[in-house]
Design a protein around this ligand. Sequence first.
Ligand SMILES: [Zn+2]
Length: 442
Amino acid sequence: MIEMHIGFDDTDSPKGGCTTYIAALLVEKLDSMGASFVDYPNLVRLNPNVPWKTRGNGALCLRIRCPNNLVEKIIETTIEVIEENAELSCEETNPGIIFFFNKVPQEIRDFAKRTVQGVVEMEEALRLVKTFGAEAVSMKKGRGIIGGLAAIGENLNADYTYEVIAYRTPENRGTTRRIRALSVKEMDEKTFPLTFNNIDPGTSRILITPRGPDPILYGIRGENPEVVKQAHEMVLQEESVERWVIFRTNHGTDAHLRKITSISEIQPYTPVVVRGIVAKEPKVIQGGHVILSIKDKTATVDCAAYEPTGILCETSKNLIVGDFVEAHGGVRPASTRHSITINLEKMRILELARKITLLNPICSDCGKRMKSMGKTKGFRCEKCGFRASQLKKTAVETNRKLKRRLYITSPRSQRHLTKPLCRYGREKSNAPKRTIKGWHFP
Ligand SMILES: [Zn+2]
């Protein structure tokens, strides 16, 4: 028997296809050939901020054990299935497949971490493939080699979640997805917070169904395989499900965010967590987005809270100069129109500055707040007519609407990797020992 890891990526295009669907096809095929799965298929989301990602930037790894004499047949079948199902006609689709045998070395684990948190080069992937005797198959430009190798190296041992994905039959793809909305609501009520991001609380929009032409009917995310399977059984479908699979993933784990200690360390395309003091009044720009500037001893950086981030946008608007915050998000490089910017996914308010407002004095006769008669001309009470030329404005401390806590973008605008609030305290630290019975169909 031999242990085999099959990693692949970059098979889909904005017009269709889906790397997870190819994984689902392979699960059925390899299972029937006699391979045994040592883990759920791993769905590894890579750095969402790289400029050349396809759609969700998700790579796949299948981990199996099989008799040595089956290896050649498995390699052949995998290549065949990927060739048949990848969106090869799309210019931006450049699949890559890696076959790796036995224990995955630390160097490939490190490479995986950098692929999730930063930017890596093709040459490095190819060098690792060569050094460790992996087999690589590239189609067209083979950019998927990077993701395929990263999916093999990411063992999801730190924190992870599950997602059950149900797929549509070919004749329904591209049409409106038909599932009973009420059943999703009931499923959410019964299984939250062990499942998460089923429904957007602000808009009541169902989030489990994607919108594109891909073959996914829906995906339900959760903390364990039992609960996502149970949730899947609660959803009433009004179209047939061709197949479904439970994946183990880094969804909802913040795996992409890297803590850095100073603003000057910020690099384009590299998601960060960094602290700073609000340096300027936040600015609301066209579209309702908010631009915030934070600084520390080393540098200043802009942060953007986009309108769809909901609570995050509202929160940013109410920050004032002197507030101490921790910004979490992807980094957009500078352009002619803006400087290097952190696109906020989360923000933790660490300290709130005191907000002092200058108000007109109170009338000593009737207690109403007086009106200013112009600079240096003093104040007049509109109610009783009392005038005072010597009085000055008084400083009043106003209550801050904000709290010292973590604010997270609304579920509808969360990235695959963003850890939602309900997952804090549920982080895992060990991979599962075995899979549950019946984690895929057929
Ligand atoms: Zn008065």
